[in-house]
Write a protein that binds this ligand. Structure first.
Ligand code: BDP
Length: 720
């Protein structure tokens, strides 16, 4: 066998050379170290690894170090069986290494919490050992990933100590994956959960998925769609879930499932799902016990109830707290939790849907059990290109609130357009809520520093699928990455995170960095401009949510684009001040009093809160109509500029990834033009004014743009 190795290596190198980079390896693509000095240091460290114990997480660390060593140095690492002799790199927990850490140092590491870690050099009897130390084996895995990232991004320095800890307890991906492997609002292929072949067949992807998440500190995953199918609670499905949970455990990832509220009727042969009914309570208790029998560290349930037609406690005259607490009671003996979504849209309510969550949840403040978290979308409408923060943040004091971001770009060009979401999330997280105290931010509520809640959560609706590069668009990976990093620390800067991702994904070249960073940091604003500038929202086509549809009529009165933009011959925008729906009053008075005046409302939210005349004077001195035109046109120009920048990198990026992104940027420009032209032509029918001189005049006629362009767009919710 041995003498075949050179041949295999040759083949590997050869195919490696011509093989395109398909993006599968994500940000964990350990490329050869280019700097001789760093290579020397890393080579020494990898030539004497000593593990202070044995456990499944250390097995994973070992595998990761081997992968990294092969990538960085093109050789396997060597291990030392003895901690001093021949050892250079120590891997262990704080307890395992306690004799080498002074009391003060131990206390400092301990204070970082269960998932906190420290890495740095320990000098013992004159010799240096580089140590990766966590407060738990999983935290040591986090230290390892951080150490490897520093090598990959050429920033490793043995003389610098680094410690870090999670600011949010649950850092969670929400998969909207159906049991038939379609993914609601998923644009990168099918679900990676192969339910049909589980539990017998274990797709190696499950492991790479877990590695990627652990490398970001993501520690929880809900496997199934919030529009839930009760079957996932069947014993045979739980056997399948168990396989995934067993794989994920040593990576520190806990599994959650979505619970369909009507499951007692659908699978328990009961006539009711009333949360106060004894039999219903027993049904859930038995299901939960069965799940914990198979998966002792099961996380709990994520629930969408009484929203968009999903069953819930309202059918029985009970409220959200009664529904959530019933499930919480079943889960609490096992340490499980309920994540109850505040995204509640009922068909009946025909007043401003912006207000519904606050109306339903504020009166229930203090009524939820301790093991319930209410998961709130970042804004009150629905993952729009830009929304002001959700007014529920800051409005309740005794309810655990968690954040729900959407990583999958349902309303932001899906997997076709390059839109870096880090900046959008940062804008939300850094928003001041002014409640309960003047300095409160959304981030401070999410991580508990302002809200003082113990159970904290940040969830992201996943953009992952079976596409070879996981996320459809290569840059979708940056959103998965940024989500993980902001969930770990909601105060991190989106710019810094983008720099990190670029280095890990594209290597070290300065021009590559600066150009890609520029593209990423301008991309969100560009998309907002060519889709829904100045606070406009929900102008997209009815079912696919991809292209423009500001003209869409019909269906439920509260679900049309017309309902949101309210354009007429006098003006445009949604009056949410007291002369309109009054939704603005759901914010703290510092905000509501100020923003009731359009002149004091940030212009990016202007038409979100105000209906204004076409000739309304903007800060620039332009009229509102002109400014709308300039924004749409500016968005198109930035999209073009993104491609110009990208094309300058042609010889510095491998051709596969270059061409993948280049082609998609081409489509993005066309879409941006389509959005601009159709929206401006449409709004002009109300405004009845000429386009501003300086913009490119929209071509074509409106009827052309109104044709159904995306009848078979992916990810559309069935039966809706
Ligand atoms: C909307 C999606 C829909 C989801 C819903 C939700 O269009 O597919 O079911 O959110 O979050 O954005 O429940």
């Amino acid at each position: 066998m041995k003498n075949l190795f050179p041949l295999i290596l040759c083949l590997f190198l050869f195919t490696g050379h011509i093989q395109a980079n398909d993006g599968y390896k994500l940000w964990l693509d350990y490329q050869p170290i280019e700097h001789a000095e760093l290579e020397q240091t890393v080579s020494e460290l990898f030539s004497g690894i000593y593990f202070y114990g044995e456990n499944p997480s250390y097995d994973i660390i070992q595998k990761e170090l081997e992968l990294a060593s092969q990538g960085f140095l093109n050789k396997m690492p060597s291990y030392s069986s003895e901690r001093f002799q021949g050892a250079n790199l120590w891997v262990g927990t704080r307890e395992e290494l306690s004799q080498f850490l002074g009391l003060e140092h131990q206390a400092k590491i301990k204070a970082l919490g269960e998932e906190g870690y420290w890495r740095g050099t320990i000098i013992h009897e004159g010799k240096n050992y580089y140590a990766l130390i966590g407060n738990s084996p999983v935290a040591t895995l986090y230290a390892t990933f951080d150490f490897l990232k520093s090598i990959q991004s050429n920033t490793f320095d043995g003389s610098i100590e680094k410690s870090d800890f999670q600011k949010v307890k649950l850092r969670m991906l929400n998969h909207w994956d159906n049991l038939d492997r379609t993914v609601e609002r998923g644009y990168s292929g099918f679900s990676i959960w192969d339910w049909h072949r589980l539990p017998g067949y274990v797709d190696p992807r499950y492991i790479d998925y877990a590695r990627a998440n652990a490398s970001l500190g993501i520690n929880a995953v809900s496997l199934t769609n919030v529009n839930a199918n009760a079957w996932i609670l069947r014993e045979d499905f739980v056997e399948k879930v168990k396989v995934l949970a067993d794989i994920f455990r040593p990576y520190g990832i806990q599994v959650f499932l979505t619970a369909r509220f009507s499951a007692p009727i659908e699978m328990g042969n009961l006539e009711t799902a009333d949360p106060l009914d004894k039999q219903v309570q027993n049904f859930w208790k038995e299901r939960v016990d069965m799940i914990y029998e198979a998966i002792p560290d099961f996380g709990g349930f994520l629930v969408k109830a009484n929203s968009e037609g999903q069953p819930g406690p309202h059918e029985y005259g009970r409220n959200h707290a009664e529904g959530a607490n019933m499930l919480a009671d079943a889960l609490s003996p096992h340490g499980g939790i309920v994540i109850w979504r505040a995204f509640v849209y009922s068909h009946e309510i025909d007043e401003d849907r912006h207000k519904q969550a606050n109306l339903e949840f504020e009166p229930l403040d203090g009524k939820f059990q301790d093991n319930v978290i209410v998961q709130v979308k970042n804004g009150a409408i629905d993952f729009q290109p830009r929304e002001p923060f959700h007014p529920l943040f800051g409005a309740v004091k005794e309810t655990n609130l968690g954040m729900e971001f959407q990583i999958t770009q349902e309303y932001l060009g899906q997997a076709t357009q390059l839109v870096y979401l880090g900046t959008m999330w940062e804008e939300i997280l850094q928003s001041k809520t002014y409640r309960p105290t003047a300095s409160n931010t959304v981030a401070g509520i999410i991580d508990g520093s302002d809200s003082k809640q113990n159970l904290t959560l940040m969830a992201g609706v996943s953009n992952i699928g079976t596409d070879r590069n996981w996320t459809g668009h290569l840059f979708g990976q940056s959103n998965w990455y940024a989500f993980g990093q902001l969930a770990w620390d909601p105060d991190r800067s989106a710019e810094e995170v983008s720099e990190e991702w670029i280095k890990l994904t594209f290597g070290q070249k300065a021009e590559v960095h600066s150009k890609i960073k520029e593209i990423m940091l301008t991309s969100h604003e560009a998309a907002v401009n060519y889709m829904t500038p100045l606070g406009l929202h929900h102008l997209m086509g009815r079912s696919h949510h991809y292209g423009p549809g500001p003209w869409v009529e019909g269906g439920r009165a509260d679900w049309t684009s017309l309902y949101y933009h309210r354009a007429d011959s006098l003006g445009i925008g949604f009056d949410r001040t007291e002369t309109g729906s009054g939704a603005l009053e759901q914010y703290a008075s510092e905000i509501s009093q100020k923003w009731t005046n359009p002149k004091q409302t940030p212009e990016k939210f202007l038409l979100w809160f105000h209906h204004l005349p076409w000739d309304y004077e903007m800060q620039s001195g332009n009229t509102l109509w002109e400014e709308i035109g300039l924004h749409y046109d500016g968005g198109v120009k930035t999209a073009r500029e993104m491609r110009t920048q990208w094309r300058q990198l042609e010889n510095q990026i491998d051709s596969a990834r270059f061409s993948h992104v280049d082609q998609l940027l081409g489509i993005q420009i066309e879409e941006a033009e389509w959005w601009r032209n159709s929206s401006l032509l449409y709004f002009q029918t109300f405004a009845d004014r000429p386009f501003p001189e300086s913009i490119e005049k929209p071509e074509g006629d409106l009827e052309f743009y109104k044709q159904q362009r995306f009848p078979f767009a992916p990810g559309i919710r069935p039966n809706w």
